[in-house]
Write a protein of this length. Sequence first.
Lengths: 255, 424
Amino acid sequence: MITAGIDIGSITAKVAIFENGKLLATKVIFTGYNAEAAGLKVYDEILKEKDINKSVIAKIVSTGYGRNSVKFADKSYTEIMCHATGAHFLNPRIRSIIDIGGQDSKAILLDDKGKVKNFVMNDKCAAGTGRFLEVMARAMEVNLDEFGAMSIKSKQPSKISSLCTVFAESEVISLIAKGEQRQDIIAGIHESIASRISSMIGRVGIKEPVMITGGVARNIGVVHALEKKLGMKIEVSPYAQVNGAIGAAIIAASP
Amino acid sequence: MDKAKNSGADAGKVVLKTLPHSKDLKWPMLWWIGMEKIYRTLPWKKTAWTCAAFPIELMWIYDIFPDHPENMATVAAARKQSQRLIEHAEGMGFSRDLCSYCKTNIGSYDTKIKKTLGGISKPDIVVCTNAICDTHWKWFQIMADKMNAPFFMFDIPKWVSGTDEKTLEGNIDYVVDQFYDLMAFVEKHTGKKMSEKRLNKVLGRSMELSDLWREIFEHRKSVPSPYSGAETSAAFFPLVVLPGVKVGINFFKKILADIKTLTTKGEGTMPEGREKYRVMWEGIPFWYRMRFMYDLAQQGVVIAFEPYTYSFAPVKKKCLTMEETLRDVAKLIMDTPYAYNLERRIENFEKWIDEYKLDGVILHENMSCRPSSAGMVDLAEAIMRDKGIPVLILQCDMNDPRAYSEGQIKTRVEGFIELMEANK
């Protein structure tokens, strides 16, 4: 049986195709302003690329903030359920997931069967999310993809104390004006994200082993800062960005 | 009104059935509005501003009309006015972090908006207490100054975990002393005198109103739920401003009779077979978006119990003397386990979860209300540990729509429903 999982996030739209318990393909595009069109586009493109006929897709599950705009999906589930399912599929030992996406971050606790025990999400502020990093990258005039590599060179991370994205941006600008090293400022930004995430996680009580998912997991600087702050090793999902879509495709395949 | 509330973005599938007499809420409301007009027109009648947890009965005993800034703030929110009033107050220099009831009240008084939109007029006196809210104190003082109205504030000690009998008795003495100060204050500024006959009549009715609400709650234990939080959040109005007045009693009696009829037939507020999850809602509702509770119904969720409206109907004692009555009222004001006593709060919540056969709990972590939000993480942990049901903490605000984020709240609620489903 072939199934599809579509995850419409605030920044990117992801799709995963599954066949009989095996991952066939994944794809990521920008969501843009039209979530419904992004869902259609990412789905059509992957089918075309892999030469799969729509009629063979037995079931489609949608997830993410735009889950309800995927009209052709058979069912929708929250990202919480889908990230849990995806992470459990990739490593059944995982007991906690830190998911940092474009507009929200969450911590999910799993039981030994991969069932969600509890979850917590950030409040509606953007600090500690992918969007926060985008704003900072713009202020730093650095490509976001280079953030991780640059920050791990830092010997003395700067202090970013503001919890608000806008104020943190002006704090960063004043640090630049003071002449602080770029890698130190970026490392400081990552530490501020780690502080915010760790206090959020404290509300559910993290259990090891921990996996990080979501687009921000690709930033090694954030992962290191989190490991330092939490005092534990964090496994980066090999499919961090498409983990939710994978989970959705697996749920679609379940009876 | 129900039609409108049942017509949200998620609507179309499930329409909550309201009780036949739910529309009779208009009578206590009209009575209250009419009375205010009379009390403001006749020169010998007086009006006061009061607040939640203030013994409103005292005002009725003194024949003083109790206006209620918080109640009017909820009206402003329901009429979609609160945001502009809050922003107006912030423009006057009040901090964004201040309570949204407080800012709505300041904004509505300063902009002189219409009563029907949540407006409020200057009273003869301002009386308040810090029993359940520390903001009340400064907020009412500021407004009394602004309006140049005489101000009286009760300082109420808290009955927290571990408060011993001796301390409690001392605290009761302290509060009762303030009752006598209040009487002197009222007599001085309004010329009104205490009448023991009226006191007994008002307190008797207040007790009856409380008893009726608690009896209604007894019937809410039925499955399916006959009366959801979507209705009680409006229907408890008489407990807020009309304890001691007959019109509220008549309304509650009709509601109770409706509920008894429903439960006898085994019917609920949800269409037959649609009640899937019974939840507790803790905290003040989102007054600007009451549709939230109707949206929950679309997914089979019914608010079967809420401590908030229940807390307005404590067990009241019939006392023989005035001194005894005042001591009982003092004790009641100090006793707010919903906010200030975590151990008793947990104990109560766990008892209600069993009694009302609940599948989950939603806790509103209210940016405006520290007392009701404090301890929520501990409360959630205890419930999940002891009762094995999911608990959702929603960060939002009761009167400030800027705190409500549609997509984020929807994801949290749906995630919570998925947990309840998996837990079945």
